[in-house]
Write a protein that binds this ligand. Structure first.
Ligand code: CMC
Length: 436
C-alpha cells in the first residue's frame, strides 16, 4: 500500500511519564523502508521529533529515484543505474527523470531537439562573465551565472504554469553545459565557443570546452561516451544535501533558476560534490604507495580531521554502484587514450588496503562515485577545479525533476523545520551602564 490516507498499520508512541499514547500511521512505499507519519505529532503530543542531519527522516514522497544502500542498488524510475549507464544516452535518462518513462523514438527526437535548440545563451550573458576575476573558482562563477538566468528568461518564471515549468526545465538542462564550458574557457583566458546543434549533448559539451576558433576540433568518441556515462551516473541521487536544498528553496515558491543556483552552492562543499577534486589532491599528496599506510592511519585518527576522500557515504553501506561502473570506465578511458596515470595505480592500492582494514570494514566505508570520476576527468583534460562543475552539469536534471515533482504536488507547503532550543532562558534586558 502506498496511500497514507488508507493506511491501517501504525506505531503507538507512549509518554512514559504520563502514560498518554499517540497513534502514528505507517506509510509504505513501493520498495524500501516504510515511514512513520509524524505530521500530527506536535498537535497530539506538544513534542517535535529531533533528527539533526536527517539520518532518520523522510522529507518527501518521490517517484523518481530509489536507493538501497545496504545492497548497493540505485534505480531511476525502476531502471538499474548500470543498465542506464550501459544502454541509454544522457538525454534519454533526462527524459526518464523528468517525465517518468523512457521516451519512444518520436519523443526522444522531439526532446533532443528541444534541449539542443536551447543550448544557446542570451548574448548579454557574456558580459556577466567579465565581472568575475579570472582566478575565481569555477563553482563560484556557476553559482552566480545560473542564478542570473532568472534575470534573462522572464518568460519561464511562473512556477504555476506547467508550460513555463517545462520550458525552464529544458532551458536549465540545455544551458548548464554551455555555462559550465564558458566558465572553463573564462578561467583559462580562451574565447567562448558557441554550441553546435549537430553534436550530441556530450560531444557538444566537450567541443565547447576544448575547441578553439583557430583550428578544427574533432570530438574523441571514447571521451564522448565516457562523458555520457559520467553524466548518467551523476544525474540524480534522491534526497541528498543539494537536492534537499533545491526542494527547500523551491518550497518558498522561488523561481527554478534561483533554486538550482542554491543546489550548486550546496554541491560545492567537500563533503558532497567537492569530494572528487579532493580525491585527486589527496592522491597527489600521498604521492607513492609506500605512504598509503601513513594516510590510512591519519584517516583513522579521531584527533586528525583528515578523511579518505572518495570513501564512505551516508546511504551506501556497500559498494556505491556508480563507482563500479566508473571504475571500468576509468580503465577504458586511460587504456584508449594510452595514459599511464600513476594515480590510478595508487587509487587501486589505496582501495585494496582500505577495504581490508578493520576500521573501514566495521564502518562500512566503501569507495563512492567521486573516487574514480576525478581520474577520468583529469584524463579528459579538465583541471581539478572543474570537477565539481561537471557534477553540477549532470545533477541539474535531477534537481529540476525533483523541483518539478514537488511543485506539482497538491499538498505543497513551505519547508520549515523546527528546533530544540538550548540557548538562555528568558531574562530581563540589561542597560549598558549596568553590564559587567
Ligand atoms: N575516512 C575516514 N573515516 C570516515 C570516512 C572517511 N572518508 N567517512 C566516514 N568515516 C568515519 C567517521 O569518522 C565515523 O567514525 P566514528 O563512528 O568512529 O565516529 C563513521 O565513519 C561514520 O561517519 P559519519 O561522518 O557519521 O558519516 P556521514 O554519513 O555523516 O558522512 C560522508 C558521509 C560522505 C560525508 C563521509 O563518509 C565523508 O566525509 N566522506 C569523505 C568525503 C566524500 O567522499 N564525499 C563524497 C560523498 S559521495 C558524493 C555525493 O553524494 O556528493
Amino acid at each position: 500500500m502506498s496511500n497514507d490516507e488508507v493506511s491501517t498499520k501504525s506505531f503507538t508512541l507512549t509518554n512514559n511519564q504520563t502514560g498518554e499514547t499517540s497513534i502514528l500511521p505507517i506509510i509504505d512505499g513501493t520498495m524500501g523502508p516504510s515511514v512513520i507519519d509524524v505530521r500530527k505529532l506536535y498537535n497530539d503530543t506538544n513534542h517535535f521529533t529531533f533528527d539533526p542531519s536527517f539520518t532518520s527522516t523522510g522529507s518527501c514522497k518521490s517517484r523518481i529515484t530509489y536507493i538501497d544502500g545496504e545492497n548497493g542498488i540505485l534505480q531511476h524510475r525502476g531502471y538499474d543505474i548500470q543498465d542506464l549507464a550501459e544502454k541509454a544516452n544522457y538525454l534519454e535518462v533526462c527524459y526518464l527523470l523528468l517525465y517518468g518513462d523512457l521516451p519512444n523514438a518520436a519523443q526522444k527526437k522531439q526532446f533532443e531537439h528541444n534541449i539542443t535548440y536551447h543550448t544557446l545563451l542570451h548574448e548579454q550573458m557574456h558580459f556577466f562573465y567579465r565581472g568575475f576575476r579570472r582566478d575565481a573558482h569555477p563553482m563560484a562563477i556557476m553559482c552566480g551565472v545560473v542564478a542570473a538566468l532568472s534575470a534573462f528568461y522572464h518568460d519561464s518564471l511562473d512556477i504555476w504554469d506547467p508550460a513555463q515549468r517545462e520550458l525552464s526545465a529544458h532551458r536549465l538542462i540545455a544551458k548548464i553545459g554551455t555555462l559550465a564550458a564558458m566558465t572553463y574557457k573564462y578561467s583559462i583566458g580562451q574565447p567562448f565557443m558557441y554550441p553546435r546543434n549537430d553534436l550530441s549533448y556530450s560531444e557538444n559539451f566537450l567541443y565547447m570546452c576544448f575547441a578553439v576558433p583557430a583550428e578544427p576540433y574533432k570530438v574523441n568518441p571514447i571521451l564522448a561516451r565516457a562523458m555520457e556515462k559520467l553524466l548518467i551516473l551523476h544525474a540524480d541521487h534522491e534526497q541528498n544535501a543539494s537536492t534537499s536544498t533545491v526542494r527547500l528553496a523551491g518550497s518558498s515558491q522561488a523561481n527554478p533558476f534561483a533554486c538550482i543556483a542554491a543546489g550548486i552552492a550546496c554541491l560545492w562543499g567537500p563533503a558532497h560534490g567537492g569530494a572528487n577534486q579532493e580525491v585527486l589532491e589527496m592522491l597527489d599528496e600521498i604521492g607513492s604507495k609506500e605512504r598509503i599506510p601513513e594516510f590510512i592511519k591519519k584517516a583513522k585518527d579521531k584527533d586528525d580531521p583528515f578523511r579518505l576522500m572518495g570513501f564512505g557515504h551516508r546511504v551506501y553501506k556497500n559498494f556505491d554502484p556508480r563507482a563500479r561502473v566508473l571504475k571500468q570506465s576509468c580503465d577504458e578511458v586511460l587504456e584508449d587514450l594510452g595514459i599511464n596515470d600513476p594515480r590510478l595505480e595508487l587509487a587501486m592500492e589505496l582501495e585494496r588496503i582500505a577495504l581490508q582494514d578493520e576500521y573501514f570494514i566495521e564502518r562500512k566505508l566503501f569507495p563512492n562515485v567521486d573516487f574514480y570520476s576525478g581520474i577520468i576527468l583529469k584524463a579528459m583534460g579538465f583541471p581539478t577545479s572543474m570537477f565539481t562543475v561537471l557534477f553540477a552539469v549532470a545533477r541539474t536534471v535531477g534537481w529540476i525533476a525533483q523541483w518539478k515533482e514537488m511543485i506539482e504536488e497538491p499538498s505543497l507547503r513551505i519547508g520549515r523545520p523546527r528546533q530544540l532550543y538550548t540557548g538562555p532562558a528568558s531574562r530581563p534586558f540589561v542597560k549598558l551602564e549596568d553590564r559587567d
